[in-house]
Write a protein that binds this ligand. Structure first.
Ligand code: SAT
Ligand code: MN
Length: 600
């Protein structure tokens, strides 16, 4: 064993006894190790190497058809009490859950190698970074963790003999009998045996039965959001589901902005946006997660705890996100995309027709003319090193982080919510975050089309404790520094439509026009009008993109009083869920908003 850390050794021994792997491998994070993981997967026939000329160092994995996404209904916050987990999380008694899971883990790695992955979320040695150790029996997980986090011996050095780490246990849940192999199939357990479990008081993660994405790459949603949000609450910082971008104006002045949007709102696209406003530049710090702590100067500094992008492939094209396309030309892992005859990638919305017959994500032949199902799975993914992004900011790995000037919240809101709206103050900004959400466009879950699915701070599936207490934590941040040092908070909405369903705003690169206004609110250059819902640009403060009329602009930048009165009702219903954990400050904000609207 390559560590003198007793607690770590003890834990690895314990897990070895329980899971009974055939062999143990301590990961060193080297290229040779990565290559070996890919080789094992290709030999196992659930991974295909791609065309070395067209996509050097790339591979596509095909997962099991039952293991294609995060499973929220099998994701648990096993806090000591149900109340601590709150109404938005699945709760099970931790002792009961451990009993169930120990039974599953017993002998679950038979016939497999157990990998011990020391990883750092955040630049190794950064004061904001955290160390995790993931134990897994999946070479796919090891390879992805190499890209998504910092893996290796250096992490063990920093950990020393007694450093703190978050234990993350993962198994695909498919032990092999003597002489058995996976038979060319991606190993996993059936849905009712899958558990993605978090023990917040112990800061421990136990995942069983799924090999896919956030269920299995435990540094990402499990550690960097669910467990980190609990640590952040206890230590007075923020662990958020936010992109981080660097915005530079033509004079070379820089501002850093974070943004939280529910899924399918284009977070990765915004993080890598190519501005249409001449002279302005966007560079990427991160596309999914931000950890923010106060610096000595009283400002909030953010790091991206990740080292790669785990992005949704379908819909990614040169038009929607040229920089993401450029990031995945080499050394990338694809999961569940379709393959061309010459072993390149293809997916729906890649921006060009398939060049011929394809092999779809389930391994069958696929032709456009006769197809009844998509060729790539809708949640197919790419895993790419952040360093390969052409617009990655040079300081993206700065251990101090970058000082944040503005925070954006948003959602897909076809009506009512304006293009952009600045909060009146910090608490009003927290109010904005707490009511973020997207309108339901296809009948989903138990919600009707047209209702808003609230996703506070885009943290609904990712907050490791009671959401009402999380709001309180956000409110409390104000008291930790001077008001003028806090980031300004904005709500943006790229998704307004006319009554007849036409988009009012072109989005993508044109969103830079809104970023410019946000930037200039931070420098004090931009004018705003005070409205009942917050500060808004005057109708001509934002230059109109081609195709957007003065009328459209007015529709996107005025206060729809009737719409907002309806919104108030919907917010009251949403707030009702949090019971007496809902901070009184937010009820006061709601009442004040109602009063301002009634007066208007
Ligand atoms: O699969 S992940 O959790 O990493 C991505 C997502 O579903 O948001
Ligand atoms: Mn995400």
């Amino acid at each position: 064993m390559s560590t003198k850390h007793q607690k770590l050794q003890q834990w690895v021994n314990e897990i070895t006894d329980m899971c009974q792997p055939d062999a143990i491998h301590w990961c060193d994070g080297t290229q040779a190790e990565y290559d070996e993981m890919i080789r094992i997967s290709i030999n196992g026939k659930y991974a295909t190497p791609l065309n070395e000329q067209k996509r050097p160092g790339c591979v596509n994995f095909n997962s099991d058809v039952t293991d294609v996404a995060r499973v929220e209904n099998r994701t648990y916050i096993a806090a000591k009490t149900k109340d601590a987990a709150g109404p938005t999380n699945n709760w099970i008694d931790p002792d009961e859950l451990k009993k169930t899971m120990k039974n599953l883990y017993k002998g679950c790695m038979k016939g497999r190698t157990m990998y011990v992955i020391p990883f750092s979320m955040g630049p190794i040695g950064s004061k904001i970074a955290k160390i995790g150790i993931e134990i897994t029996d999946s070479p796919y997980v090891v390879a992805n963790m190499h890209i998504m986090t910092r893996v290796g011996t250096k992490v063990l050095e920093i950990l020393g003999d007694d450093g703190e780490f978050v234990p993350c246990l993962h198994s695909v849940g498919k032990p092999l009998a003597e002489g058995e192999n996976d038979g060319g199939k991606w190993p996993c357990a059936p849905l009712d045996k899958k558990y993605i479990s978090h023990f917040p008081e112990e800061r421990t993660i136990w995942s069983y039965g799924s090999g896919y994405g956030g269920n299995a790459l435990l540094g990402k949603k499990c550690l960097a959001l669910r467990i980190a949000s609990v640590i952040a609450r206890d230590e007075g910082w923020l662990a958020e589901h936010m992109l981080i971008l660097k915005l530079t104006n033509p004079q070379g002045v820089v501002k850093y902005i974070t943004a939280a949007f529910p899924s399918a709102c284009g977070k990765t696209n915004l993080a890598m946006l190519v501005p249409t406003v001449p002279g302005w530049k966007v560079e990427t710090i991160g596309d999914d997660i931000a950890w923010m702590k106060f610096g000595e100067d009283g400002r909030l500094y953010a790091i991206n705890p990740e080292a790669g992008f785990f992005g949704v492939a379908p819909g990614t094209s040169d038009e929607s996100n040229k920089m993401a396309m450029a990031s995945i030309t080499k050394n990338s892992i694809f999961t569940n995309v379709a393959l061309t005859e010459d072993k390149d990638i293809w997916w729906e919305g890649i921006g060009y027709e398939p060049p011929g017959k394809l092999i779809d994500w389930t391994g069958n032949e696929w032709e456009m003319e006769t197809a009844t199902k998509p060729a790539a799975h809708p949640n197919a993914r790419f895993t790419a090193p952040a360093s390969q992004c052409p617009v990655i900011a040079p300081e993206w790995e700065d251990p101090k982080g970058v000082p944040i000037s503005a925070i954006l919240f948003g959602g897909r809101r076809p009506s009512t919510i304006p293009l952009v709206n600045q909060s009146r103050n910090w608490i009003h900004g927290v109010f904005m975050g707490s009511v973020a959400g997207s309108e339901i466009t296809a009948a989903a879950l138990d919600l009707k089309v047209g209702t808003v699915r609230r996703d506070p701070f885009a943290m609904l599936p990712f907050c490791g404790y009671h959401m009402g207490d999380y709001f309180k934590h956000w409110i409390g941040m104000e008291k930790k520094t001077d008001t003028d040092k806090l980031p300004k908070i904005f709500f943006v909405n790229w998704f307004r439509k006319t009554e007849s369903g036409k988009w009012l705003w072109p989005g993508y690169g044109e969103n830079s026009r809104v970023l410019k206004w946000v930037f200039e609110r931070c420098t004090g250059e931009a004018e705003a009008v005070e409205t009942p819902i917050g500060f808004m640009p005057t109708v001509d403060a934002i230059d109109r993109p081609e195709g957007v009329t003065a009328e459209d602009m007015k529709a996107m930048l005025s206060v729809d009083k009737d719409g907002w009165i309806k919104e108030l009702h919907s917010i009251k219903e949403h707030y009702g869920k949090f019971g007496d954990h809902l901070p009184k400050e937010l009820l006061e904000e709601l009442a004040a908003l109602e009063e301002r609207l009634n007066k208007a």
